[in-house]
Design a protein around this ligand. Structure first.
Ligand SMILES: Cc1cc2nc3c(=O)[nH]c(=O)nc-3n(C[C@H](O)[C@H](O)[C@H](O)COP(=O)(O)OP(=O)(O)OC[C@H]3O[C@@H](n4cnc5c(N)ncnc54)[C@H](O)[C@@H]3O)c2cc1C
Length: 481
């Protein structure tokens, strides 16, 4: 079936950034501050992507030194006694978190919410997280992006592109106005799913290259009115931070329900509020399918009710009177399409500690993508091939090359964020929020160089780009261990 209708042509832009998650924010702010006429198109009504609409205000990756969570727990480590971390991400990420903190809306990095009062809760954390109040975060992100001179268009899907002579001419948008066309000089695809790059006809693939399996999708919830002191006491007396026993009891009492075998909960900034991430995951679904996303939302809200009533209230200490505070606006999609890049970053590159001459950002987290595991515990146990190697990557930090952002054969479209060319397990460290924002920032600065020089993205002077990133406080040089 074909659809044909006249489409209104809107005003043109230098750069259109599709997707307002961490990568899109980085890209749009960097481009806008460089004086490029920039449009940021976001299908939700807020910026932040997974961090806000996904109900995951828990940005990792500012520093290196993390190890797989289960290993940390097994070894009795918490973030205070992990190997000395190196800074992996700074620049715009630092600026945003310090603005949120100035307003009293954020905690960290290297400090969990509620831990002034309940230091024992640190056993639930990692070592590098920045946690923030969702409402403060959403508003500060609006402010940072608009102050950069960027036009934002919410509630709008970037649908398709028009390509002539291998040059993207513009982007089709769809929203309450119907379908419109925005002429552009360059596009940065920060949709997480490489929506525009795949529609432009450049090569992409989904999930694991060999099996096609994609990491599970979580429907994250926040639960409130939990006695944090009781959780702390449970942890201080040897309770497992993944609450295996509580889940087992609930499963025995309710075998008819699809309950998880463990939970991964994190204290939020507000006393008594916990985010539930592990325990809300569904495997075998495709985050680029509206039908699958709908199923996840339907199952997720049912799971939320069951978790509150049958797991938390019954078996988690201090949660007898807890309530569901909120559920995610959109399912948390870890992995879908990735581009085939001019260069494809691999896990082997990371393990070897490869340092690229075109490094535009660093990643400090470990390999953490479990594909198809029933729950996180299984994922860490047998699906994750690198878990046993202990520390994340050689030197505990990985370089991300600029050429992994360029779709193979393209001229004026870039990927930023979790859809760059990072193969297999390499996606784990790359997809972390702070790292995605750093990649986005590099993309916005690359757009300035490409448009100023009238050249394709792959022909810009990479050292000039690295200098531009350095001048904005970004990190492109691997620090000495
Ligand atoms: C369940 C889960 C738990 C995670 N835990 C952590 C964690 O604890 N800490 C951490 O640092 N990272 C975590 N991550 C990873 C991290 O959140 C993501 O990888 C990161 O947010 C990716 O950033 P992004 O900007 O590439 O994409 P996203 O954050 O996914 O943002 C993409 C944005 O694009 C929009 N969009 C998509 N398609 C279109 C379109 N066609 N048109 C317009 N807009 C569009 C979406 O609405 C969204 O706002 C987690 C991820 C998941 C899913």
């Amino acid at each position: 079936m074909k659809y044909s209708k006249d489409v209104a042509v809107k005003q043109g832009y230098d750069v259109l950034v599709a997707g307002g998650g961490p990568a899109g924010i980085g890209a749009a702010v960097a481009a806008g501050r460089e004086g490029l006429k920039t449009l940021l198109v976001e299908s939700n009504g807020m910026l932040g992507g997974v961090s806000t609409a996904g109900a995951l205000p828990f940005c990792l990756g500012k520093t290196s030194g993390s190890i797989p969570f289960l290993k940390m727990v097994e070894q009795g480590l918490s973030y205070e006694n992990l190997p000395h971390p190196m800074t992996a991400v700074a620049g715009l990420f630092d600026e945003i978190i310090s603005r949120i903190k100035q307003e009293g809306g954020g905690v960290g990095p290297c400090k969990l919410g509620q831990t002034d009062q309940y230091p024992g809760l640190r056993r639930l954390g990692c070592h590098d997280e920045f946690t923030f109040d969702l409402e403060t975060g959403k508003r500060v992100l609006d402010e940072v992006v608009t102050e950069a001179g960027v036009d934002i268009l919410f509630y709008t899907q970037a649908l398709d592109v028009s390509v002539e002579n291998n040059q993207v001419q513009g982007v089709y948008l769809v929203n309450k106005d119907g379908m419109t066309f925005v002429p552009v000089k360059a596009v940065i695809d920060c949709t997480g799913d490489a929506d525009l790059i795949s529609r432009a006809g450049y090569a992409t693939y989904k999930g694991d290259r060999e099996t096609g399996k994609m990491a599970g999708i979580s429907f994250v919830i926040h639960i409130e009115n939990i006695d944090s002191g009781a959780i702390e006491a449970y942890l201080n007396h040897g309770g497992h931070p993944w609450f295996f026993e509580a889940c087992q009891k609930a499963i025995e009492e309710h075998p008819e329900l699809d309950l998880p075998r463990n939970l991964i909960i994190f204290p939020m900034v507000q006393d008594g509020v916990f985010m539930v991430n592990g325990g809300t995951t569904h495997n075998g679904y495709d985050g680029t399918s509206a039908e699958d996303l709908t199923r996840i939302a339907l199952m997720g809200r049912q799971r939320a009710k069951h978790l509150v009533e049958y797991v938390f209230r019954k078996h988690i200490p201090g949660a007898e009177n807890c309530r569901l505070r909120l559920s995610a606006v959109t399912p948390g999609v870890r992995e879908t399409r990735r581009i085939v890049g001019e260069y494809t970053l691999t896990a082997e590159d990371m393990l070897e500690g490869k340092r690229f001459p075109d490094t535009i950002a660093l990643a400090g987290r470990h390999f953490d993508l479990a594909r198809g595991a029933k729950n996180m515990a299984e994922g860490h146990g047998d699906v994750q091939p690198f878990a046993d190697k202990g520390l994340s990557v050689k030197g505990r930090i990985a370089s991300i090359p600029y050429f992994s952002m360029i779709p193979k054969g393209s001229r004026n479209i870039l990927a930023a964020g979790r859809c760059i060319a990072a193969d297999g397990q390499a996606l784990g460290p790359v997809r972390i929020m702070s790292t995605c924002m750093a990649i986005g920032q590099a993309a916005g600065l690359a757009a300035k160089l490409a448009l100023d020089n009238g050249c394709p993205f792959k022909e810009i002077d990479v050292e000039q780009l690295r200098n531009a990133i350095r001048s904005k406080g970004g990190i492109v040089d691997v620090p000495e261990a």
